[in-house]
Ligand binder design. Structure first.
Ligand code: SF4
Ligand code: SF4
Length: 360
């Protein structure tokens, strides 16, 4: 296999701690406590190594990354190396002074998650009192600080009827971008799949609304749309291809090709406290496992779309077929494609309405 080219992007999950308890959270069900997180010295060393490796942008995520008191130091370290920084936050504990400090440190962009388009849905999903009002305040403070703002709306059965309100809210808050992301079923979301799965009619209505808004608001609001796998005909190019140009580091320093990769039990992962990041990127067994195209089975192996979608998601292939090298069942050409649709229909029919809320 040829040597990997330099990575461009990195998702750094600085902590699993979070004041919210979203049942769709993509963090693993076994969350890490604070005592397992890398210390400041280690994070700063890793980010310096990442910059040396050629990383152009880092997404600072969690959990809630603002719970790390060293966030300004981390942003400054990356900014000094000309790395673009995107803060992914639930936005319930950011003060004006903290936003100013992060901006001063060189923060480039804020992505604010929003659980619903009104207080009732936001607080029901996040299980956090006054969360909606706090998020609106944070959005305004971010824009007042002159930082670009993306609103991120994870979509499921309990808020899929709020599409127009999400779009209106993004306009009202002067967001640059709205990301409408149908929930992907990993971690806590997998645990809550029956209670979160939307039905096909609502998904079709959603697609119509989003597509119309994308046309109407061209040049005003960028709308990104992450379609729902369970009703798709073709899969998404997960992470732009396995260990192709991006990777994830979780709070204890373990390096993953994607945030759900630990659900594949045959993989062996490396940790930045034991191995230099450059070596991990080039030769970690987990990153090498599905890099490129040699691992592919049919129908992907001879498919003309393989460079577009890289065969989809390995974790979903494993979850549904028991073999991570199989075609993602979201693909209509997969012999397991019907299973995904049946799971979705059974989940909707079950009508489960109570959540297992995320907790650490
Ligand atoms: S999805 Fe919710 S619980 Fe999970 S990290 Fe984001 S805000 Fe916190
Ligand atoms: S067969 Fe594989 S490469 Fe072809 S469209 Fe489906 S997932 Fe993509």
């Amino acid at each position: 296999m040829p040597a990997a080219g330099p990575p461009l992007g990195m998702l750094a999950e600085l902590t699993h701690r979070c004041p919210l308890q979203c049942p769709y959270c993509s963090n693993p069900v076994e969350l890490m406590k604070a005592n397992r997180e890398l210390n400041t010295e280690n994070w700063l060393r890793v980010f310096a190594e990442a910059a040396d490796l050629g990383i152009l942008q880092v997404h600072l995520s969690g959990g809630e990354p603002t719970l790390r008191r060293d966030l300004e130091e981390i942003v400054a370290c990356l900014s000094a190396r000309s790395v673009y920084t995107n803060l992914i936050t639930a936005g319930v504990n950011l003060t004006e002074a903290r936003i100013a400090a992060l901006s001063e440190a060189g923060l480039d962009h804020v992505q604010l998650s929003i659980q619903g388009a009104d207080a009732e849905v936001t607080e029901k999903i996040g299980k956090y009192k006054d969360g909606f009002a706090k998020k609106l305040k944070t959005a305004r403070l971010v824009r007042d600080a002159g930082l670009p703002l993306t609103l991120n709306a994870p979509i499921h059965r309990h808020n899929i009827h709020q599409m127009r309100q999400f779009i209106d809210l993004a306009l009202k808050l002067d967001a640059d971008r709205l990301e409408i992301a149908n929930v992907q079923y990993y971690g806590w979301a997998y645990l809550n799949r029956s209670a979160l799965m939307p039905d096909l009619a609502d998904v079709e209505r959603q697609v119509e609304i989003v597509e119309a808004a994308r046309t109407d608001l061209k040049g005003v609001l960028n709308i990104d749309f992450v379609t729902p796998d369970y009703y798709a005909d073709y899969p998404k190019p997960c992470m732009g291809g396995w260990a192709e140009d991006a990777f994830v580091i979780i709070p204890d320093g373990t390096v993953l090709p994607c945030h759900a990769a630990q659900t594949i039990p045959t993989l062996t992962f490396d940790n930045v406290t034991e191995t230099p990041l450059a070596e991990i990127w080039q030769s970690s067994p987990a990153l090498e496992a599905y890099r490129g195209y040699d691992w592919m089975t049919e129908p992907c192996r001879s498919c003309p779309r393989k460079e577009l979608d890289h065969g989809g998601c390995r974790c979903q292939a494993y979850a549904v077929t028991g073999d991570a090298a199989q075609t993602d069942p979201a693909c209509i050409l997969s012999p397991h494609h019907d299973k995904l649709r049946h799971v979705a229909e059974a989940a909707v029919a079950a009508g489960e309405d109570s959540f297992t809320y995320r907790r650490i």
